[in-house]
Design a protein around this ligand. Structure first.
Ligand SMILES: [Zn+2]
Length: 167
């Protein structure tokens, strides 16, 4: 899987052409969620979430990664898709010079998320230092393990695929 600026442009074009839509879903348990079957980015609410902040925009960057995988019909696991989503999200927040403090929902949620963010930051540091855009396999595996420790992904097996049926 190769996530680049060009790939994000594909998402922007799909949004402009209406191939990917954005809908408000007040029943959502997270701020946003990409639905690959409906080609839709569901957002909790246009009113209650401030998408002008780096942390909220970072969540949209994360969801855009799931959309990129769907657009390209890449054969990747759900956990790998999440790992790539978090890495892009953290990279975006770093570029915005955001302080990276996760918005607390509960300790159960925040500690595993902080572990994921920490690993993402260390991967970004390595990529910057080595001037590389390829995440070493060992780092990929560790990030996947940390994602899997998050409450919302505990029931997802390591081999389960993300739906990527195209848009
Ligand atoms: Zn995700």
């Amino acid at each position: 899987m190769h996530i680049s600026a060009d790939q994000f442009k594909k998402v922007a074009q799909a949004l402009d052409s209406g191939k990917i839509t954005v809908e408000s879903d007040r029943g959502l348990e997270t701020d946003a969620k990409y639905d690959p079957d409906k080609n839709c980015i569901n957002v909790l609410s246009f009113n209650t979430v401030d998408y002008s902040h780096a942390d909220s925009k970072g969540i949209l960057v994360h969801e855009a990664v799931h959309a990129i995988i769907d657009i390209n019909q890449w054969d990747v696991t759900q956990i790998s898709s999440e790992a790539a989503g978090y890495l892009a999200q953290v990279m975006y927040r770093r570029l915005c010079a955001d302080n990276m403090v996760p918005r607390v929902k509960s300790n159960l949620f925040v500690v595993p998320l902080a572990n994921v963010f920490d690993k993402c930051l260390s991967i970004i540091e390595t990529l910057n230092r080595t001037r590389s855009s390829t995440v070493p396999l060992a780092d990929c595996n560790e990030l996947r393990q940390r994602v899997h420790c998050m409450q919302q992904y505990e029931s997802v097996t390591m081999t389960e695929k993300q739906t990527a049926n195209g848009i």
